[in-house]
Write a protein that binds this ligand. Sequence first.
Ligand code: FAD
Length: 323
Amino acid sequence: MARKVLTLAEVRDGSLRNVSFEAIAAAKTIAEGGEVVSVLVGDQVQAHANELIYRGADRVVVIEHPNLKFYTSDGYSQALKAVIDKEQPEGIVFGHTALGKDLSPKLAIKLDAGLVSDVVAVEEAGGNIVFTRPIYSGKAFEKKIVTSGIIFATVRPNNIAPLERDESRTGSVEALAVEIKDLRAIVKEVVRKTAEGVDLTEAKVIVAGGRGVKSAEGFKPLKELAEVLGGAVGASRGACDAGYCDYSLQIGQTGKVVTPDLYIACGISGAIQHLAGMSNSKVIVAINKDPEANIFKVADYGIVGDLFEVVPLLTEEFKKLKV
Ligand code: FAD
């Protein structure tokens, strides 16, 4: 059954987030040959429209307004509700990002739609669109289908392969004028807490440190390794609680959930709450001086040793590979 499916494209710091392309790939599966329409929301974002077409969107609807320069759930839900009312889609896909997590339930309730959140795979099987999502903090997976109404899903970054970029793809780009009014809050400025760099939830490589890193200074070798690998630095709550790094780096049940291609855990014991945020990483390397540490149970490769010796050695070796 061919469906029209909307996706929300996310722009951050002047660039489209990768999850926007992953949402298009998921939407293609849900559409079953129907139309995929990407929605670009913001202030002066039209320049990104063609990229969404190259990545698989059949059409792009652009909603620009000065009140949409920064995300607010009031402003974005007005914009999205307007485009949904106009387009009447049978499916909607957002990224399972901070923005998507905030906006999707708000819209789902307005649309009286069921919401399948945090999807890691989507397929057509037996005449249904089947979503796979982790449950019990990533220890098991469930498969879900939507039996009536709009098929609304959020996809976890880094799990659904985007389509190959193809500049020969063509599609239309349309502007939709929406009055964004009665906002209860307007964001005037965003002040970053963490340094610029690779976004943790979209990073392909993460080098994470725990209490074993021992100090803020102790994160330096981890940052160097992350830099050589083009990755991001993350942390356990133990490290954040100890004041070695900012809570925005925390990975786990009460932190960020990540699924990079490579996760290097340094001086992290592997508490269940930490595993909840990273155990679905594709390859896990653990460095810990305690051979009994729980982290080794989920690791594909374990290095028993002092992280302050092992991490610089890894950095040196990866540097050689880059030359
Ligand atoms: P530790 O458990 O102290 O482990 C430090 C490790 O470093 C040890 O295994 C040690 O052998 C190793 N080590 C020490 N020195 C070296 C060295 N030189 N070289 C190599 N290895 C070394 N935790 C999270 O991470 N994320 C969460 O989101 C989270 N949410 C929580 C929610 C709740 C409700 C609760 C109760 C807890 C939560 N926690 C969370 C905390 C969690 O239970 C653990 O306390 C925390 O993950 C421990 O952090 P850690 O592994 O860095 O520290």
